[in-house]
Design a protein around this ligand. Structure first.
Ligand code: OAD
Length: 261
């Protein structure tokens, strides 16, 4: 199918409508694009993406944290405070709504912002951790996040707290490059992808593995895969479609289609 260009042009393929209405198990797999319309930058969009403006080698590895804990902790605390200043958008809300109407829905996210939970999604598999769950680097004790910093000053150096139990440094609760993904969440995500009838892949460039395997696994297992993204993506199989546009515009329309009889 040729991708559509604007939301008003969506011609829902009859086969796909039928697949949506009959699917018993949905998987929704999200990336940074689902939060873009809330005002949270993605990673790889030119100019605005975080990795266009910051070097992940300085900020998103264990080595970076050990080399300069104040730089890394301050950057993640700045990101957490920015997230707390914004609200879930219609894409997050549509996903939460969808879960209330389809027989079963597994929500898997690469995002660390918790906007799905704030939109009312009850259960979210977090593959890359969360900005809101810092923990001790040495003993893994969880810590309530501190008072959010004032973002009007931009990013700033900030010393990480120290664990009251063991004296270790508190680190952000996100997965860094070179680290393993949380085993239980990854296993559940792979199982859901292999068993689902239909997978929506929303706002992800699909370049970071192992998460990027999830839509591929669903397609290989015979599920329909629908990508929602403003950029044209390379589609791998006959069972994959793309709805081209912003998630906040397309997902509410998709939910309407599911609910229409
Ligand atoms: P990317 O920045 O790689 O990709 C974001 C995708 O969202 C792109 O394909 C955009 O075209 C799309 N997009 C932008 N605006 C959108 C909108 N309004 N609606 C729908 N889509 C939109 O972000 P991710 O794929 O999430 O890892 O990146 C994967 C991982 O790389 C992240 O989880 C992070 C990063 O390094 C960790 O933090 C471990």
């Amino acid at each position: 199918m040729t991708p559509v260009n604007t939301v008003s042009e969506i011609l829902w393929p009859p086969k796909f409508l039928e697949a949506m209405r009959s699917a018993q198990h949905w998987v929704v797999f999200t990336g940074a694009g689902v939060s873009a319309e809330s005002g949270i930058p993605t990673f790889r969009d030119a100019l605005t993406g975080l990795w266009s403006n910051f070097d992940p080698e300085d900020l998103a590895t264990t080595e970076a944290f050990l080399r300069d804990p104040d730089l890394v902790w301050g950057w993640y605390e700045w990101r957490r405070a920015k997230v707390l200043e914004v609200a879930p958008n219609p894409a997050h809300q549509a996903i939460a709504e969808l879960a209330r109407h389809v027989p079963r829905l597994t929500l898997i996210t690469q995002n660390v912002d918790d906007l799905h939970e704030r939109a009312g999604s009850p259960s979210v598999l977090h593959l890359h951790g969360s900005l809101h769950h810092p923990r001790c680097m040495r003993c893994a004790k969880a810590l309530d996040p501190p008072q959010p910093l004032d973002t009007s000053q931009g990013e700033q150096l900030l010393a990480p707290p120290v664990c009251v139990d063991c004296g270790g440094l508190i680190r952000p609760g996100v997965v860094w490059f070179g680290e393993m993904l949380p085993e239980q969440a990854l296993t559940q995500a792979f199982e859901a992808a292999a068993q689902c009838d239909l997978l929506l892949s929303v706002g992800t460039s699909g370049v970071v593995y192992p998460a990027a395997q999830i839509p591929q696994l669903a397609a290989r297992s015979g599920a329909w895969v629908i990508h929602i993204n403003p950029q044209n993506l390379a589609l791998g199989s006959e069972r994959e479609f793309q709805l081209t546009g912003a998630a906040g515009a397309i997902l509410p329309l998709l939910v309407q289609q599911v609910l229409a009889d």
